[in-house]
Design a binder for this molecule. Sequence first.
Ligand code: ATP
Ligand code: MG
Length: 340
Amino acid sequence: MNTKENKPPKPPILVSSTSTPKIPQTTDGFKIPAAPASRPLQANNQVASSSNGEPASDVQKDNNKLWAISDFDLGRPLGKGKFGSVYLAREKKSHYVVALKVLFKSQILSSDIEHQVRREVEIQCRLRHPNILRMYGYFHDERRIYLILEYAKHGALYRLLKARGRFDERTAAIYVRDLTKALMYCHQMKVIHRDLKPENLLIGHNWELKIADFGWSVHSPSSRRMTICGTLDYLSPEMLDSKPHNYAVDLWSLGVLCYELLVGLPPFEAKDQHVTYKKIRHVIIKYPDYVSDLARDLIGKLLVIRPEERLPLAKVLKHPWIMQNAPDGTKPPIFDAEQK
Ligand code: ATP
Ligand code: MG
């Protein structure tokens, strides 16, 4: 049932980037935001913690510290992105465990994604929510930029989904509920994610879902005609047409994700991109028999062409499919190593 088996995660599609303002470059040809460079690692985060269980108070005190790679012991690679790799790392003094995302400046400049990295840093550093991956700060050297991230112990939801084929309704509903709560917080903070897909969702220490990868996110309101970004399968009709868009694009992606968690494949997937376009434009969705009526009802209320008619996030939380399968207090299931 799992046709994603041997496919690598899909890269975002960039149709045009004309709407993004250019940022003046520094002497090393690279500009990063000035704000959080000296932000200390926070020890009050429940997931990333010092390996000896002690609070990292010495790190917290040192408010003006600028980080350098020599402050970290590097561990195993956790994954590879298009522009660099992610490593497990431990801050030497506090033993605080983090993930270090290492990006090459040369590649960032030659691929013209400087603005994307800036946005990722500016936005993700500000967000504090149990279902959003923390970014503690960043630093850079001559050739690389390092993003200091919360370590998500159980990796990408994409891998878990691929290994299991699909999730039962209870598991899917818990993930959708937690994603909805994280999106409500993002939207309150005036951030639209715009690139929600299983590759960008990580699983934390307690198997909780964490939204990561804010490279395509924007501060709202965003009235300009936007660049088409994100993987085609998750794109809302208005983004497909490069129309101005708002928070409701994340509601559409939530509907796509809900289907994918239950079925194992996104609803509009097709070999031919033109077919995917057509399926999205006409909202052509086929449900396997095992998908419940209530799940279909919720998905149907999110995958609506007119953005303003999509079910608002607060109502997603009150939808009977969520209320019945993921009542308050229920936690995501624990999958053991073999099950994974
Ligand atoms: P891009 O979107 O720029 O091409 P990417 O999205 O592929 O890059 P990331 O998603 O940041 O790159 O990281 C690649 C992989 O590394 C992820 O799919 C995940 O498996 C792993 N990874 C990234 N960040 C973390 C983290 N904080 N904790 C654990 N694993 C991580
Ligand atoms: Mg990613």
